[in-house]
Design a protein around this ligand. Structure first.
Ligand code: SAH
Ligand code: SF4
Length: 363
């Protein structure tokens, strides 16, 4: 007789442990549907069917780091390096504001020199002024000192995304150079510092990396819960030919399998953390053109349409086959409305869409 718990039994539990999560991640297609249905139910009950838009600006591809998986790592000289001008950023901000996005994400390679820190601070103040404080800004600019995080917070940024990438320190070592700039504890400390400064903190992981196991992925979800994060963005790892990790491409699960695993991760996370914001990421759309809509159906509630000027996009390829690299913002928005509607949700135009979790954590 099989004494393994059924998916239904596991989903009835108050709190999932590692063994439960691994069992859910291992389900076949039929059992996955039970998880997806439960996640959709939880999403509807706790965060509703509004999808919040964050206009994404890929501000610069200069990066001082050399993460083994990433296309814009410092060691890759295939790309022309760029930093957007203030005017270009403000143009995108104006677009986001006029189209009632209510929120923007500024992302970039990691830089910590005085000029870069000052550039971001100046832009934040300018965005505050231009939008009369109505546009919420999320930063995703890597590890910085507490002083820098504070400066940017005081200049108007109130959310920060910093993926832990993998929560297993041993696995982290295999995916990064062995030096003080690529240190698991430093990354973890940065997440804690962001929280201390007062940001709504988002983190995330890549799914389907070489050497990664289902136990690792279960631990990632438990890490999010233990850290009590406000937002999560996670998606499939997609190999890039100009990176050291590419040599392991033959050991990877097929792309569609990484995609399905990512969908399960989103759904299980929604069940575990009912009121956080979860992004339907671009990497999911890279594998399946309907990827983000599928993620919305199983628990995600945030989408980040790309507002980076088209001329820069082919130089911000973190991974290969990134979609929408030749599409202007207006085209993106039109197709998004339709896609979100088709996923059974509606866009929360003009709404900040703060993480409900952040609000209740602070009450
Ligand atoms: N430099 C900042 C932000 C830009 S990178 C930082 O590292 O935090 C943003 C995210 O892109 C990373 O956190 C990583 O999870 C993701 N990424 C990088 N290379 C990737 C790849 N090959 N496949 C999928 N995601 C990748
Ligand atoms: Fe730089 Fe971020 Fe890419 Fe690492 S993941 S190389 S820090 S852009």
């Amino acid at each position: 007789m099989n004494n393994k718990k059924s998916v239904e039994e596991i989903l009835m539990k108050e709190s999932l442990n590692r063994e439960d999560v691994v069992a859910l991640l291992s389900t076949d297609e039929e059992d996955s549907r039970i998880i997806f249905a439960k996640a959709a139910e939880v999403k509807k009950a706790f965060v509703g069917n509004k999808v919040y838009l964050r206009g994404l600006i890929e501000y610069s591809n200069f990066c001082s780091k050399n993460c083994y998986y990433c296309g814009i790592r410092a060691g890759n000289n295939r790309y022309v390096r760029y930093q957007m001008t203030d005017d270009e950023v403000l143009e995108a901000v104006k677009y986001a504001y006029e189209n009632r996005f209510a929120s923007m994400v500024i992302q970039s390679g990691e830089k910590s020199d005085r000029k870069f820190i000052g550039d971001i601070e100046r832009l934040l103040k300018e965005i505050q002024r231009l939008s009369e404080g109505k546009l919420h800004i999320t930063l995703s600019l890597g590890e910085q000192t507490k002083e820098t995080y504070k400066r940017w917070f005081e200049a108007g940024a109130h959310r920060y995304l910093l993926r832990i990438e993998v929560s297993n320190p041993e696995l982290y070592k295999k995916l990064h150079p062995n030096d003080k700039h690529h240190n698991y504890n430093k990354r973890l400390t940065s997440l804690k510092t962001l929280r201390e400064v007062g940001y709504q903190v988002g983190t995330g992981v890549m799914i389907g990396l070489p050497f990664q196991t289902l136990d690792d992925l279960a631990d990632d979800l438990i890490f999010f819960r233990d850290f009590d994060v406000d937002m999560v963005g996670m998606g499939p790892y997609i190999e890039h030919a100009d990176t050291p990790l590419f040599r392991y491409r033959n050991e990877l699960a097929p792309l569609m399998e990484r995609f399905r695993l990512s969908l399960k991760m989103v759904a299980i996370l929604r069940i575990m953390m009912k009121d956080i914001n979860i992004a339907a990421t671009t990497a999911m759309q890279t594998i399946d053109p309907q990827g983000r809509e599928k993620a919305l159906k199983v628990g995600a509630n945030v989408i980040m349409p790309n507002l980076t000027p088209v001329k820069y996009r082919q130089n911000y390829l973190l991974y290969e086959n990134k979609p929408c690299i030749d599409e202007e913002a207006e085209d993106c928005k039109n197709c998004l409305d339709i896609r979100i509607f088709m996923a059974g949700d509606e866009v929360g135009y003009g709404e900040w869409g703060d993480s409900k979790h952040f609000k209740s954590r602070n009450n």
